[in-house]
Design a protein around this ligand. Sequence first.
Ligand SMILES: Cc1ncc(C[n+]2csc(CCOP(=O)(O)OP(=O)(O)O)c2C)c(N)n1
Ligand SMILES: [Mg+2]
Length: 592
Amino acid sequence: MPRMTTADAAVAILRREGITSVFGLPGAAINPFYAAMRRDGGITHILARHVEGASHMAEGYTRARAGNIGVCVGTSGPAGTDMLTGLYSAAADSIPILCITGQAPVARLHKEDFQAVDISAIAAPLTKMAMTVLEPAQVTGAFQQAFHLMRSGRPGPVLIDLPFDVQLAEIDFDTDTYQPLPTYKPSATRAQIAKALDMLAAAERPLIVAGGGIINADAADLLVELAELTDTPVVPTLMGWGAIPDDHRLMAGMVGLQTSHRYGNATLLASDFVLGIGNRWANRHTGGLATYTTGRTFVHVDIEPTQIGRVFAPDYGIVSDAGAALRLFVEVARERRAAGGIAERTAWVEQCRHRRATMQRRTHFDNVPIKPQRIYEEMNRAFGPKTRYVSTIGLSQIAGAQFLHVYRPRHWINAGQAGPLGWTVPAALGVCVADPDATVVALSGDYDFQFMIEELAVGAQFHLPYIHVLVNNAYLGLIRQSQRGFDMDYCVQLSFDNINAPEVGGYGVDHVKVAEGLGCKALRVTAPDEIGPAFEAARKLMAEYRVPVVVEVIVERVTNISMGTELDNVTEFEDLAARREDSPTAIVALLD
Ligand SMILES: Cc1ncc(C[n+]2csc(CCOP(=O)(O)OP(=O)(O)O)c2C)c(N)n1
Ligand SMILES: [Mg+2]
């Protein structure tokens, strides 16, 4: 039997499980694992500048392609605690990442050794498994189980913590006969699917709410087929955005308090039946439950049994992987259609479409300073359907979801539930590693951008080109807006007179200089008609230098973005689109 260190065996398992890239940074306690990666030679290592950055890169990497699992590695102590935000973000959005940490030797774990912290206890609530491996012979099983868990049921992250002496201990391990464990994914029965379709057929104004579980299951095509077979309009959630192309006739718009469309909310409120697939009824999607649920019937399909009924009791629940359920939905719907058993819903579909063509927000403003809505209009013009957008949180992300267009699954990559500031730069880099040929466009407010700005150096060093649209209002804009309720504007200003950069006009940080200092290219625009040309110039710079290119758009300091407390109580702060020219890039032209 081949004899090797447990670190060598762990790396061999990573390779057998399909891992080719790892994001991390070494420290003394994880050096044996790094030595094993070096001996193996088959894994690309991306050196993050902050360990939290490595964890978000891993998440971006996972999200970019079906089957990917991002791996992040750090040393003992603060490296593990730095990655907790990454574990939280991944867990909250049901994304598998594997976090590997070094640890003090086993015999010293209880002695308050240098950088020894009980990371598996700390990470436990954020992971499907968090294990400090105390027995060398358990290392291979721990890794095998990690991959099994990450891929089974509701996907999520795992942490494996490896004491220094355990990494160096030798074990017998046969790489050749290693086999990944089968994954567990519950599947709906035909009877369950038939019952759900009966309920849909009995409805007059049905909708499908398509969640991120459909993206995780790589089942977007099946979703669209089901919608077409049953003539049912689809509301994608923020995590499911892209599951049905924005230009599909059955795309009904997004629903929610913030990242939503006026027509999406109106259509949900007009519906009498909702089939939720792979979704969580997130509170920023539903708003108040009485408004969301009164007057309609619900079917909920989810892979995790305890998700059914967690937020409200559906009329009928089905435990199933979204892909498995959709395969059966399509099969049964096809049979019913062939037998003439599915009614056309022309009037309802037309009503949904009419709302889409009449309830739009205005994007076309010529103001200087720029109004942020104009940026998304220019992005719609500049970036095609293959663009992979990456964003996290803030007014820029909310407005992005209201105005941008997404046409494919995994092309809106957003930390939806945790919303950790700083996620965008590293996640975009992870997407670039996973899909080097993609056009990746990240979207940040100035504060999100400043949080993990140092990771831009990673993009420069490893030649990971993407465009970063930076919406600079010199404000913690979303929090400034929410402080209106407290009648204050307190501790949310990012503006100051930069003694080295008077040209930024009191907006504080000179992002162009910082980005250039980190080895990237950067452009700043201050007038609306400069935005489009700046995107064009950014593309050229990206192609020429193969580094991230930042396009900073200086916008007016205060713009409130539509949001509300209930689906029927969303506040509009700007004039709505009244003529076609007000929302010229809307997919369905405004009927004016
Ligand atoms: C780690 C963390 N701390 C605090 C918050 C709360 N928060 C959400 S958005 C935001 C301000 C974002 O400002 P910016 O990135 O400039 O975006 P803007 O809203 O101005 O577009 C803050 C502080 C958060 N999401 N994450
Ligand atoms: Mg801001």
